[in-house]
Design a protein around this ligand. Structure first.
Ligand code: NAD
Length: 294
């Protein structure tokens, strides 16, 4: 029997790539429910699959911020047992904290954190009653370590990590495996879609010159990281495929070792100051602004 997989955020990026890969599986091992806010954007996925919808794929409308849309999607899938749920929908927000509007922060949490909570809530009862299932959640490197000028994004992904780690403990007796996938930079629409103030724009008015300078340097750092070290979607898919296929997937897995040395520093020096210093040096080069060293 086919493994049924429902994925959120399939109109672009990792969700689209994963849906296409599973739906095109040569052994036809999967039935994929590829969900997205706007079904018109399903064209891209269909194009990827040669212009027609194979019987291994079904497109469903799903906005993770809209409980009615979630209930309708869950209703459609009901009857078909759902083996794997992939909570992948997510958005970004970058910039000096002083520039993050209340509305932007609320929207970010509504998608990244509450969207994942609502999606899991919608499909968990059926998995529990079957005592089987997998939940895979797109976290981020920013879900396990703080990144400059991504404070609110990291807060949302740290929240997702805490949510899932807590839930995994309860799900153990139900034979439901939960896996957090930490991607580093990946070439998707994420960068284009993320909210980010223009360093020369009006949002910067009133912000101190030093923070403005750091922000400009950070944007330069991001550009070079994306140019030199970002992965293609195809490179991160194996991590998701392992979480779907392996008999006992781990709670956390990373798609890249890019920030692994800094991550280890965070673990080996739990008071956090060594991490803060090293990350500052990594991004801003040198610690002239450190000023906190005895
Ligand atoms: P992307 O922007 O291409 O894909 C995100 C998808 O989520 C989009 O299709 C978008 O339409 C969808 N989405 C946004 N709001 C939604 C909502 N309310 N309901 C349903 N869908 C919604 O970017 P991506 O890189 O493929 O992102 C996928 C996941 O990977 C995200 O959770 C993101 O935080 C995470 N991630 C991405 C990167 C990266 O560098 N690209 C790095 C680490 C983690």
């Amino acid at each position: 029997e086919r493994t049924t997989v429902l994925i959120t955020g399939c109109s672009s990026g990792i969700g689209l790539g994963l849906a296409a890969r599973l739906a095109a599986d040569s052994a036809r091992r999967f039935k994929v429910y590829a969900t997205m806010r706007d079904l018109a954007k399903g064209e891209r996925l269909l194009e990827r699959l040669g212009g027609r919808c194979p019987d291994t794929l079904e497109l469903l409308q799903l906005d993770v911020t809209d409980p009615c849309s979630l209930a309708a999607a869950a209703q459609q899938v009901q009857g078909q047992r759902l083996d794997v749920l992939v909570c992948n929908a997510g958005v970004g927000l970058m910039g000096p904290l002083e520039t993050c509007s209340d509305q932007a922060m609320k929207t970010l949490f509504d998608v990244n954190l509450f969207g994942a909570v609502r999606t899991i809530q919608a499909f968990l009862p059926a998995m529990k009653s079957r005592r089987a299932g997998r939940i895979i959640v797109s976290s981020s490197i920013g879900g396990v370590q703080g990144l400059p000028f991504n404070a609110v994004y990291c807060a949302s992904k740290f929240a997702v990590e805490g949510l899932c780690e807590s839930l995994a403990i309860v799900l153990r007796p139900f034979n439901i495996h939960l896996t957090l996938v930490q991607c580093g930079p990946v070439h998707t629409s994420f960068q284009a879609n993320l909210q980010r103030p223009d360093p020369e724009g009006s949002e910067m008015r009133g912000l101190d010159a030093e923070t403005q300078g750091l922000y400009r340097r950070y944007l330069g750092h991001c550009q070079s990281i994306f140019r030199d070290a970002a992965q293609e979607v195809e490179e991160v898919l194996p991590v998701f495929l392992d979480a779907i296929g392996s008999p006992c997937p781990p709670l956390r897995c990373a798609s890249t070792q890019l920030l692994a040395p800094l991550w280890r520093l965070r673990l080996s020096s739990p008071d956090g100051s060594a991490y803060v210093r090293a990350m500052h040096d990594f991004v801003f080069g040198g610690s002239e602004a450190g000023g906190d060293q005895p």
